[in-house]
Design a protein around this ligand. Structure first.
Ligand SMILES: [Zn+2]
Length: 123
């Protein structure tokens, strides 16, 4: 049995985790808003795990939290496409992630997430 490996969204590249979660051409505007890396071309050959670790080293905890939620939403968009053949707009990914984080912090009534993280780190 041959596994289908081509990206179901762009049909241009194999669907590695790095491609599906960051490098797909359909994610261009999401990458441009977040701009974690300037030399994007070097990312084609690294594993997604290494990319996540390097992001953690380059950004603060709040930005990293946003990146994680963006990746979650990108994966949701990819699965939505696979299961319903409807591609959710790329333009909504970043805004959805920001709103998700805002709602999370509001629901938890945390006014300053940095101070909360500091108190968590003490325990
Ligand atoms: Zn793709």
């Amino acid at each position: 049995m041959k596994m289908e490996t081509v990206c179901p969204i762009c049909y241009q590249r194999d669907e590695t985790s790095m491609h599906a979660l960051w490098r797909c051409s359909s994610l261009r505007s999401v990458r441009s808003v977040l701009c974690v890396f300037r030399k994007e071309k070097t990312l084609d050959s690294i594993p997604f795990f290494d990319f996540v670790v390097s992001c953690k080293e380059k950004v603060g905890s709040l930005e990293f939290e946003l990146l994680c939620v963006v990746w979650r939403r990108i994966w949701h968009r990819r699965n939505h496409m696979l299961h319903s053949s409807i591609l959710l707009p790329e333009t909504g990914i970043y805004e959805w992630a920001v709103n998700f984080i805002d709602s999370f912090w509001s629901a938890n009534k945390v006014e300053n997430p940095d101070s909360m993280m500091a108190s968590v780190a003490k325990h």
